[in-house]
Write a protein that binds this ligand. Structure first.
Ligand code: ZN
Length: 114
């Protein structure tokens, strides 16, 4: 009886030249690269961090601001994530009107409060 192989990180990999250089051979995991995978997560986070730093330096983003929202201010029956995004959108418009520049990036960090 043939046993069906379960999907897992690294089960499907490709091997070939790195960056079209025939003297270097590398392998990459196929069909994974998700935030849920413990193997792929560190590499993915490193890539995201590097890209954020690159964009921030290109666009000369020099300020970092942390904003928090009091959970009591979220109206009943409204999803907190949607409310937060809507509020963020309004604030971007107000800042753009006042300072003439728009904020181009944001990192979201949702925490459950106990
Ligand atoms: Zn993976």
């Amino acid at each position: 009886m043939q046993q069906k192989r379960k999907f897992g990180c690294g089960n499907f990999s490709i091997v070939g030249p790195v960056n079209d250089r025939l003297d270097r051979i590398g392998c990459a995991r196929l069909m994974c690269n998700t935030y849920g995978c413990v193997r792929c997560l560190p590499k993915k986070l490193r890539r995201v961090r590097t890209r954020i730093a690159q964009i921030a330096s290109e666009q000369k983003l020099l300020k970092f601001v942390t904003l928090t929202l009091d959970p009591k201010k979220i109206p009943q029956g409204v999803r907190s994530e949607r409310y937060l995004r809507q509020t963020w959108r309004k604030m971007r418009v107000l800042l753009a009107r006042r300072f003439g520049k728009s904020i181009s990036s944001a990192c979201w960090n949702f925490k459950n409060q106990v």
